[in-house]
Ligand binder design. Structure first.
Ligand SMILES: [Fe+2]
Ligand SMILES: [Fe+2]
Length: 272
């Protein structure tokens, strides 16, 4: 009963604030359009036209200004933290693997680890959207948006597995997304090569972290293991892509700071 009430309050919290922020964004855009001082671009118009169900239009149709991209990032954040991803492009790697018998303790431990991975994917969405919002080179913006789309599959796979394990995602999703979005924007301000360097280092750390999870997940939890193994391989590829696009290696202190932030995040998301 207590668990139901907490879960219900979390849902109300996310739903209410999500709705409120969308209404505020819509009002701001309508106000700006009313003044007719500037053309804020098709992204803002699209969001204004569909205030409660905004969808980012296909990449080839977009010519977004910076304010469009920031508003689209905020809308994307609300959709990411409030509900499951709208679509899954690729099949779940665990789709053909039969469920195995797990003890309650194993289930709880596996759920904790998968909740950490789900939180990491929420953060990945924020990070890539933050980078894309500030990218100067359109090809790098497109690469980051594409990577964020691939990460949506990871997000969905983790969410499906959490559901199968009788658990749910971290209640701190707005914090994971917002923090990562801010970091993505901050590194984007410094320049694309540093932004790419931040992505390369993040993906390297995430891949190493997922390898650690393969050691810690119950050996019989074949479905979780299949998802984590695929994600690990793809995170390595994302890192390699950032490197190929011209990533600058980050200074050691920054790498250490990123590791410390990740440690706090993983220990919190395992529990909450
Ligand atoms: Fe991912
Ligand atoms: Fe990735």
């Amino acid at each position: 009963m207590t668990g139901w009430r907490i879960a219900n309050h979390r849902g109300l919290f996310h739903g209410f604030f999500g709705l409120l922020i969308r209404i505020i964004i819509n009002r701001i855009i309508k106000h700006l359009r009313g003044k007719k001082q500037r053309d804020f671009g098709p992204g803002a118009k699209f969001i204004a036209a569909f205030p409660f169900t905004a969808i980012i239009p296909p990449m080839e149709e977009r010519h977004l200004t910076r304010i469009d991209r920031i508003l689209a990032g905020i809308d994307h954040a609300l959709r990411t933290v409030n509900s499951a991803p709208a679509r899954i492009v690729r099949a779940n790697p665990a789709a053909d693997i039969e469920e195995t018998e797990l003890t309650e303790q194993e289930k709880s431990h596996a759920a904790g680890l998968m909740r950490v991975n789900h939180a990491g994917e929420v953060a990945a969405q924020g990070l890539y959207q933050g980078h894309a919002a500030m990218a100067r080179d359109p090809s790098i913006e497109a690469q980051m948006t594409h990577a964020a789309e691939e990460e949506l599959d990871h997000l969905a796979w983790c969410e499906q597995r959490l559901d199968e394990l009788g658990s749910g995602p971290s209640a701190l999703r707005p914090l994971w997304y917002g923090g990562a979005f801010a970091m993505g924007m901050a590194s984007g301000v410094v320049g694309d090569k540093w932004s790419l360097g931040f992505i390369e280092e993040t993906e390297r750390q995430v891949a190493a972290h997922l390898t650690g999870h393969l050691d810690r997940l119950p050996l019989d939890d074949l479905r979780s293991r299949a998802i984590v193994a695929r994600m690990r391989d793809e995170e390595e590829q994302h890192g390699a892509n950032a490197n190929a696009a011209g990533a600058a290696p980050l200074p050691q202190p920054v790498q250490k700071l990123m590791q410390s932030v990740a440690r706090v995040m993983t220990s919190l998301a395992y529990r909450v």
